[in-house]
Design a protein around this ligand. Structure first.
Ligand SMILES: [Zn+2]
Ligand SMILES: [Zn+2]
Ligand SMILES: [Zn+2]
Length: 283
């Protein structure tokens, strides 16, 4: 399984428009954070994207994304959704000829799917044809669970319910079996300020945890650094990464913060745009 950190920034992105702070004016590549998204490729080539924010086009070009089997949405905030129109190219690819029409599958909870239909109504309206819109099928993922996961070729996927302020949103767990007794898993928990015991149980011991960590100061709908560390300790992943990071701290300052606030055993670091992780592939 290959994990590509397409974007690791908060809703404004970093640099923030008009901001002249040291992080926004930093020349360091790791300090440039596009809106949060992650791309996952299974060892058999199955390609999944979590969230399509306003930077999706640039992220897809950077990743050389040329195939997409499904999109998982965490929630409908603009910074996670508003690149949806650029899925056109992938739904066109999936319906290579009229006799084999196949929509691109979109998974989330009912609230998010409803928001997509309302906000991007032209996509689902029969009146405007002509190749100018994506061809999507919305699927409520609440039917999937550890016992009955969503299976897309070699990947197994379950939603992980989270609270993001008053909103019920999804994190996602994506797993791939690599041998009879070993499964590799990614837990992607962006945009949240509360993770229930049941949801912690769903992702406990994941190989890779990616977790919301907006900034050091508290926030009403996002985890701050110290809260993220506490959750990361509870979840106990082999490696953990901060994402959805704002412009308060540079990449190197976050690394220094983590070095002084955790012991090495937690294995936690800030993610950055363009980071690629490869978990061992199936034999
Ligand atoms: Zn967000
Ligand atoms: Zn700034
Ligand atoms: Zn959000």
């Amino acid at each position: 399984m290959e994990i590509f950190f397409a974007g690791t920034g908060t809703s404004h992105g970093v640099p923030v428009i008009g901001c002249t702070c040291p992080v926004c004016t930093s020349e360091t590549a790791e300090d440039k954070r596009t809106r949060s998204s992650i791309f996952v490729k299974g060892s058999g080539g199955t390609s999944i994207v979590i969230d399509t924010g306003p930077d999706f086009r640039e992220q897809a070009l950077r990743a050389k994304l040329n195939k997409l089997d499904a999109v998982l949405y965490t929630h409908s905030h603009a910074d996670h959704l508003h690149g949806i129109d650029d899925l056109r190219i992938f739904s066109h690819k999936s319906r290579c000829c009229k006799t084999n029409e196949k929509p691109l599958h979109i998974y989330s909870n009912a609230k998010t799917l409803n928001d997509i239909q309302v906000r991007f109504d032209y996509i689902f309206s029969p009146v405007k044809e002509g190749g100018g819109k994506p061809y999507l099928e919305l699927i409520d993922a609440s039917i999937f669970s550890t016992e009955h996961p969503l299976c897309i070729a070699e990947l197994e996927i379950i939603p992980v319910p989270l609270l993001h302020g008053h909103s019920e949103v999804y994190g996602w767990k994506i797993s791939e079996k690599v041998s009879v007794d070993k499964t590799y898993s990614l837990a992607y928990l962006t945009d949240c300020n509360f993770i229930s015991e049941q949801s912690i149980e769903l992702v406990r011991g994941a190989d890779i945890l990616v977790i919301d960590a907006l900034r050091k100061r508290p926030h009403s709908t996002h985890l701050n650094f110290e809260e993220s560390i506490v959750y990361a300790q509870k979840i106990g992943a082999k490696r953990s990464f901060f994402t959805h990071i704002c412009h308060d701290f540079s990449h190197s300052q976050i690394k220094a913060f983590l070095a002084s606030h955790t012991d090495g055993s937690l294995n936690i670091e800030p993610a950055y745009d363009g980071l690629v992780l490869n978990t061992p592939c199936a034999p």
